[in-house]
Design a protein around this ligand. Structure first.
Ligand SMILES: [Fe+2]
Ligand SMILES: [Fe+2]
Length: 301
């Protein structure tokens, strides 16, 4: 049974109900890798699945379409939980052009040995016609990594935002309005774990999409959001607004010759962090702390 977003667009992803290793975490509720097929006159795939499931992905996709008919493969994000099926897909979809940002081209060519394939580089504002459907691309760097973009289907008012607006839940209900449990907690946990460190880029992203008419948000993980999609954007808007912070930054170092000090307190990274967080930062050597304790009998205030 096809999971339909509309009469032309179907979900062709993978539900991963394992304890999924993810960076330094384990996703105990699993996740999904959402890939989408738009059956336009120039059939288009948006994102693939995790590299673990490349073969299974193609076997399932071939039940929906002859891969030789696929004209475009849009890769919004190069991390292997999104692009991992690309090598297997590209081997079968020999007529497909791979669509991505400039920053993604090198990574995809190297990761999947696609040096001989045709790539189409897109940037914000490019609006190619894929035959009865129009896609619009918006670069969203650092959401989640530097090469990321989101894709918007104009006619369907559907946003494909890869990691943004995702949830890590191995749900078989696919759509938020088919889930009887409240998904908000999982939605917020995902935001806090994956997106909050990038919140200043979230602000830029929200600005870029604010004038789009969005009926459906079809992210790369978890629920497809079609009930009150705007409400989920509003939640991101609120959560990412908390840019100012009362937190302080401590950089503690030990330096024999002073070079480590240059790399810490004077570093661009530390200064940027202070600027962006708007909070005070302290950069101090272990020796200064020990001196203070010996002199006064107290640690520094
Ligand atoms: Fe990612
Ligand atoms: Fe992801």
């Amino acid at each position: 049974m096809s999971i339909k977003l509309n009469d032309k667009t179907i979900w062709v992803g993978k539900v991963d109900d394992r304890d999924v290793p993810f960076h330094r975490l384990v996703l105990t509720k699993g996740t999904t890798y959402n890939s989408y097929l738009i059956r336009s006159e120039k059939p288009t795939i948006i994102d693939t699945v995790d590299i673990t499931f490349g073969k299974e992905y193609i076997d399932k996709l071939e039940k929906e379409i002859n891969p030789a008919e696929i004209r475009y493969i849009v890769i919004n994000h190069t991390e292997p939980d999104h692009s991992g099926g690309l090598r297997t897909l590209a081997a079968k979809a020999k007529n497909a052009i791979i669509v991505c940002t400039q920053a993604a081209v090198y990574e995809l060519k190297e990761m999947y040995k696609l040096h001989d394939r045709e790539f189409k580089v897109v940037k914000t504002g490019d609006i190619p016609d894929i035959g009865g459907k129009t896609l619009s691309f918006i670069e969203t760097p650092y959401l989640h990594t530097e090469e990321t973009m989101v894709t918007y289907c104009v006619e369907d008012k559907t946003l494909f935002p890869c990691d943004i607006f995702s949830t890590h839940v191995a749900n078989e209900n696919y759509f938020d309005d088919m889930e009887s449990n409240d998904i908000l907690e999982d939605f917020r946990i995902y935001y806090k774990l994956i997106m909050h460190p990038h919140r200043m880029y979230e602000r830029e992203m929200i600005e870029k999409i604010k004038d789009l008419e969005i009926d459906v948000i079809a992210p790369s993980h978890g629920y497809i959001l079609r009930e009150g999609a705007r409400d989920f954007i509003q939640i991101y808007d609120e959560m990412s607004s908390n840019i100012g912070s009362s937190r302080k930054t401590l950089v503690l170092f030990s330096s024999m010759t002073g070079n480590t000090k240059k790399m810490t307190g004077d570093s661009v990274c530390f200064r940027k962090f202070k600027e962006n967080e708007g909070g005070p930062g302290v950069c101090i050597s272990c020796r200064e702390i020990l001196n203070q304790i010996f002199r006064t009998g107290k640690p520094m205030a």
